[in-house]
Design a protein around this ligand. Structure first.
Ligand code: ZN
Length: 405
């Protein structure tokens, strides 16, 4: 048993609804708080001195100086298993070329596919692990990682094995997702629907058998897959036992409706969503995931986060960290900057980075700090939680715990 503290403030993020708008007055704050941890789980969270008196035999991990404690962040959407750089794409984009123009000119996702296919598995694992460790040091204790730069049976399996190997070498929790349906690979001899059938028959059963992923994602867009092919693919993936998620409404609408019809865990992007999609998402159990890093990287508008919350949706915020549209990968900075533009209060930003993001991954053992939840936590060197978003991502945690360690 270990007692960690005292913290100037603990924000356990308990007692907040899973869906809809929040106010900072709803935040429960424990002053001079402590956390009692045993076997990776929170045993109690309360006034530090009271916990010390009640548990005199507990080992004390003393925190000196002002600190504000939050649950560890959950980044529910990343593509950080890749090789190579797309700095050339970025330069073309800032010179005025569009995402679709760059893709049609031979850049874009296919460039990352080529470089990821060339990398051997150990190299790919190390590249991924470096990004995971940076995220973990910045308070992100659970990280979803997608494949999707392999786009052949062997190369997708290589990516998913790299994610599994990296997961064994880091304290952070990694959640892998098969995104073989990222785009139609240029070297596949067949139509979009033939490619999806190829994946359903030859890749997804192998992934299940080798326990490499429990989630399947698809990119629904004019440059990728259409709504009817996607709906069929997601239904069959569910029959094989996968949880499903969708890249939806990034440039055009249609994807979020498929996500809701397929009862997907989440619909991610939503930059193009209109009131119609916003209302559908709000009525559904599908988590709306906004990806401000992609808006920053592409120089495009943010998803309508304020409207989604006001309509009653469950809104999560993820980094979309990837070599093309979102190379920065700084989740807190992205969330803070989007929050300033979209007018999200601190409670809404923190909820979107923690328990609401955990629900997008169907994880109910983390994201809030209370008895029997994982002791995944991060401490910021300040005396008031409002300092964290005020510094717009430059204030980083100076201590991060995963399962209490
Ligand atoms: Zn993405």
């Amino acid at each position: 048993m270990k007692l960690i503290g005292p913290f100037t403030q603990i924000l356990p993020l308990t007692g907040l609804p899973l869906k809809g708008a929040l106010k900072d007055e709803q935040l429960y704050i424990i002053p001079n708080g402590g956390v009692l941890v045993d076997d990776g789980l929170i045993v109690a969270i309360d006034d530090f001195e009271q916990l010390r008196l009640a548990h005199p035999s507990a080992l004390v991990e003393e925190i000196t100086g002002d600190h504000v404690l939050l649950p560890g962040f959950v980044d529910c959407h990343t593509h950080i298993c890749f090789a190579g750089s797309r700095a050339k794409d970025y330069a073309l984009r800032t010179a005025g070329k569009t995402y679709l123009e760059i893709a049609k000119a031979g850049g874009g996702i296919w460039d990352s596919v080529t470089q990821t296919r060339m990398a051997d598995e150990a190299t790919l694992t190390n590249l991924l692990l470096n990004r995971v460790q940076r995220h973990l040091a910045e308070g992100v204790t659970t990280i979803e990682v997608k494949s999707g730069y392999g786009l052949s049976i062997d190369a997708e399996l290589k990516q998913l094995r790299a994610i599994k190997t990296a997961a064994d070498k880091t304290q952070a929790s990694l959640v892998s997702t098969c995104l073989a349906a990222h785009m139609l690979p240029k070297d596949f001899d067949g139509t979009h629907s033939e490619y999806l059938n190829h994946i359903l028959q030859n890749l997804l059963p192998a992934i299940k058998q080798q326990r490499l992923a429990n989630r399947v994602d698809i990119f629904i867009e004019e440059s990728a897959f259409n709504a009817s092919d996607a709906l069929n693919y997601l239904a069959k993936a569910k029959q094989l036992g996968f949880e499903v998620t969708v890249h939806a409404d990034q440039f055009t609408t249609g994807g979020s409706e498929v996500a809701i019809q397929a009862r997907a865990a989440s619909a991610d992007h939503l930059e193009a969503s209109t009131d119609r999609e916003i209302n559908m998402l709000a009525k559904s159990d599908t988590v709306a995931v906004t990806l401000p890093g992609a808006s920053l990287g592409l120089g495009m508008a943010y998803a309508p986060a304020r409207k989604l919350l006001d309509a009653g949706a469950c809104l999560a915020i993820a980094s979309d960290w990837n070599p093309g549209s979102a190379p920065m990968g700084d989740l807190l900075m992205q969330a803070a900057v989007m929050g300033a533009v979209e007018k999200l209060c601190a409670a809404e930003v923190f909820a979107g980075l923690t328990f609401r993001a955990a629900s997008a991954l169907k994880l109910n053992d983390r994201g809030i700090l209370t008895k029997n939840k994982l002791a995944d936590m991060q401490a910021y060197p300040c005396n008031d939680y409002r300092e964290i978003l005020y510094h717009q991502g430059k204030l980083k945690p100076d201590r991060v715990w995963v399962a209490g360690d």
